[in-house]
Design a protein around this ligand. Structure first.
Ligand code: CP
Ligand code: NVA
Length: 299
């Protein structure tokens, strides 16, 4: 039987996405130490890029569920020395029960999944960051209920997080306003896939009007450090500040996947302010991914 992978949020149906959110909330509230559905199972975690939240949440989740996780940096495996993805995927998947990858190129994850005999989870690529969206959506549901019909505003880079917000809008049926500089818009095909739900704006303030959730991310993602200066110029009118928050609905939430740069994409006043739920959002990586591991790895 082919394993079930999680490369994109579109790998879940709308019902499965909602069920996963509800299960994550249930796991968070119960915290039953005797519930160990992955006893003896092993998750390999391959990181080509740095991580705090993704690594710790997957490793802790596996431990809570009675299993274990192996952390592998590019220095630790032959993959980092050019061993073919096919060989690596076949060999690693013959020894473990699940594999999580964070890679520079999206194709590395899709190629790996093609040859893996166990579930493969996308822990971030240059194109998508679906695990983060499980946590973001759980956080919204916990604070405000179902997000269907609500308006979410993305301000900043049309990057991996923005793309995953587009996929979430499709699956959970919310409106997504995106304000990005012309040269940093999200992938056009993905924008089109969202249909009328997705609207592009030039001005961040216009995008934030009547919004229920404001989201941003760093101006230079991992691997783009050399573009930092040029991006600071391009994004200077795309900072989430108090005027943006004041333009949104009074009960709008603020989210950021973290790590954040206070004074760049968001002011300290906003990220440390009362509408910010960034620490709940980060903690929910653990609960949402436990629900995901259960879905993919419990047979
Ligand atoms: N948000 C997120 O994925 O954080 P890490 O890079 O620390 O894993
Ligand atoms: N867009 C950011 C997200 C980090 C979690 C990056 O890719 O570096």
């Amino acid at each position: 039987m082919n394993p079930r992978h999680f490369i994109s949020l579109l790998d879940l149906s709308s019902d499965e996405f909602r069920a996963l959110i509800n299960r994550a909330i249930e796991l968070k509230n119960k915290r039953d130490p005797n519930f160990q559905p992955l006893k003896g199972q092993v998750l390999a975690m391959i990181f080509e890029k740095s991580s705090t939240r993704t690594r710790i949440s997957f490793e802790t989740g596996m431990t809570h569920f009675g299993g274990s996780a192996i952390f592998l940096s590019p220095r630790d495996t032959q993959l980092g020395r050019g061993e073919p993805i096919k060989d690596s995927a076949k060999v690693i998947s013959s020894m473990v029960d699940g594999i999580m990858l964070r890679t520079n190129n999206h194709e590395t994850v899709t190629d790996f999944a093609k040859h893996s005999s166990v579930p493969v989870i996308n822990g971030l690529t240059d194109i998508l960051h679906p695990c983060q969206l499980l946590a973001d959506m759980q956080t919204y549901f916990e604070h405000r209920g179902d997000i269907q019909g609500k308006t979410v505003t993305w301000i900043g880079d049309g990057n991996n997080m923005c793309h995953s917000y587009i996929n979430a809008a499709v699956r959970l049926d919310f409106k997504l306003n995106i304000a990005s500089p012309e040269a940093y818009l999200p992938n056009n095909e993905m924008v089109k896939s969202g249909g009328e739900r997705i609207q592009l704006f030039n001005q961040a303030l216009d995008a934030a009007k009547d919004s229920d959730l404001i989201v941003t991310d760093v101006w230079a993602s991992m691997g783009q450090e050399e573009e930092q200066k040029q991006r600071e110029i391009a994004f200077k009118n795309y900072q989430v500040n108090q005027s943006i928050i004041d333009t949104a609905h009074d009960d709008a939430l603020f989210m950021h996947c973290l790590p954040a740069h206070r004074g760049e994409e968001v002011t300290a006043e906003v990220i440390d302010g009362k509408q910010s739920v960034i620490y709940n959002e980060a903690e929910n990586r653990l609960h949402a991914q436990k629900a995901l591991l259960e879905l993919l790895m419990c047979t």
